[in-house]
Ligand binder design. Structure first.
Ligand code: SAM
Length: 510
């Protein structure tokens, strides 16, 4: 690879005697990763049914090296959301954020969802419980759509997908989140081997520009963290200006934030401690007289992943914590008093509260469902969620589209969002049409009435995934069916006279 001259000289300065080995890694084959979706299947169960050879990635409990020649993106299990294909080092940040069911979690720079899908799976807020809240934010509207698709594919039901700047979210959510992940936009030096176009876009000026953006983003994130909460900062770049020096900046600006020792035990040999402030000064990365020249902090808890020392690309990861006695209220002033409550409702919901059966015009109305609509939905969910009650207070309807909002949903006033919770489907005249997202969020399982399950080898699966009709002459009961592979749902079909009409959305077909 033709590496930029300035980049080479910076890397030589950083790596010293390791530099030749680092350079040699550019000629080595890359390793690819697959991460199991725990919302659908345990890693142990996946190992038993995996059509691919798997080798555990040592720093994860659900990630595996996989050979791309096995084409894992083409297997029906991929279409069923059983796994995400992710660069192995990129699995580390979500692994170290200690997410528990019921948490309020923010992924601030989330698209296309490599880490947000893992955070959502760890929250384990499936249908109908939907405990906890994942706010998955992406500043680019186009990338936010890809993020929404991946969250839906994974069956994550308790996500709020927003399209905002970090500063704007900070106004809305001061001291609100239990856990935050900041996978910052960066100059991407660790991805040169994976994607040479990133290298072409690299320049020393880009490093400086990214560094300025990262400082702003991380300060906003810190102010959204509740006292005692945890936050991960990660990049896929080697430049200390975007890694250690961002941490130093944050620690110099917020004395209620502390660095936590890196918590992973598996694969320790793949991680190197971050450079400390003294070394960065000596090596000339921190210039005398600059804002950071006097700042000192122990950074040994943060880690670097180097491609020549691990089975993955370059990454930087740090776990941070906000001390219990933080000054949230003082710093954020009035905004903290206005902190959204778990029971709050937003602009799309505030007009009509649950239980208030308004007679708003059908078209264009927003609010709760009428009794009749509840009945249509109830009949439908009885078939696919037997024995489970959907909390009517969390159902909302907008322009005939029905949503199930997360239990910990919060005020959406003045926040641009693509989705608040799970899109269940659409009310048509005298009936309910389920959505693809609803299909994916239902708990998997064999033997439930209304499911048709094929084996992955059955040609009918491929016909279905391509959008074709499936012939099932032996089946007599007409109506909606969940089409599954080995019990894991792929989407809907509607049976009539022995033919299953394909209801898989065009964008989901393969
Ligand atoms: N976490 C994602 C994943 O695992 O799939 C990858 C995130 S990527 C490294 C960084 C993201 O930050 C990009 O999606 C980019 O659009 C977004 N971004 C760019 N500029 C930003 C800004 N000023 N503030 C917040 N996010 C920004």
């Amino acid at each position: 690879m033709h590496l930029p001259e300035e980049y080479r000289s910076d890397m030589e300065r950083l790596l010293g005697e390791d530099y030749p080995q680092f350079l040699a890694s550019y000629d080595m084959p890359r390793r690819n990763g697959l991460r199991v979706n725990r919302l659908k299947i345990s890693p142990e169960a996946f190992e038993k049914i995996s059509p691919f050879e798997l080798e555990r990635i040592p720093w994860t409990d659900n990630g595996y090296y996989v050979d791309w020649r096995d084409q894992p993106a083409r297997h029906p299990y991929y279409s069923a959301g059983l796994y995400y294909l992710q660069e192995p080092s990129a699995m580390a940040p979500a692994q170290i954020l200690p997410v528990s069911p019921g948490d309020r979690v923010l992924d601030l720079c989330a698209a296309p969802g490599g880490k947000a899908t893992e955070l959502g799976a760890r929250l384990a807020g499936g249908v109908p419980a939907q405990e906890g809240l994942l706010v998955a934010n992406e500043i680019s509207a186009q990338r936010a759509r890809a993020l929404l698709h991946n969250l839906e594919l994974f069956g994550i039901a308790n996500a709020l997908v927003t399209n905002e700047s970090p500063a704007r979210l900070q106004e809305r959510f001061p001291c609100y989140f239990d856990k935050i992940l900041v996978d910052a936009p960066c100059s991407g030096e660790g991805m040169f081997r994976k994607d040479p176009s990133v290298m072409k876009a690299w320049s020393p000026e880009k490093v400086d520009a990214c560094s300025a953006v990262q400082r702003e983003i991380l300060l906003s994130a810190a102010d959204m963290l509740r006292p005692g909460g945890y936050m991960v900062y990660s990049t896929c770049t080697f430049a200390p200006q975007e890694d250690e020096m961002i941490l130093l900046y944050l620690l110099s600006q917020r004395d209620d934030i502390e660095l936590v020792p890196f918590p992973l035990s598996g694969g320790r040999e793949s991680f190197s401690p971050a450079f400390d402030a003294g070394w960065l000064r000596e090596a000339g990365f921190i210039e005398p007289g600059s804002a950071l020249s006097e700042v000192d902090a122990d950074l040994s808890g943060a880690v670097r992943i180097w491609p020549h020392r691990s089975g993955g690309e370059g990454h930087f990861t740090a776990l941070l914590r906000k001390k219990e006695e933080d000054a949230c209220g003082e710093r954020t002033g009035k905004a903290a008093e206005n902190r959204p409550s778990a029971a709050g409702t937003g602009n799309r919901t505030s007009a009509v509260r649950a239980g208030n059966k308004t007679s708003a015009a059908r078209k264009g109305r927003a609010g709760s469902l009428t009794r009749e609509e509840e009945r249509y939905l109830g009949a439908f969910s009885e078939r696919f969620l037997p024995g489970c009650e959907i909390d009517q207070n969390r159902l909302e309807i907008h322009d005939q589209k029905v949503y199930l909002t997360p239990a910990a949903s919060s005020s959406m006033r003045s926040v641009a969002f693509l989705r608040n919770g799970l899109y269940l489907g659409e009310m048509k005249k005298n009936r309910f049409e389920p959505s693809q997202a609803f299909a994916m969020a239902l708990p998997p399982g064999d033997g439930i009435r209304g499911r048709i399950s094929f084996s992955p080898e059955d040609d009918q699966v491929l016909v279905y995934l391509r959008g074709g009709e499936v012939k099932l002459p032996q089946m007599k009961e007409n109506g909606w069916y969940l089409v599954c592979v080995d019990g894991f749902q792929l989407g809907w079909g509607k049976l009539s006279g022995g033919t299953l009409k394909n209801k898989l959305l065009a964008a989901w077909r393969s």
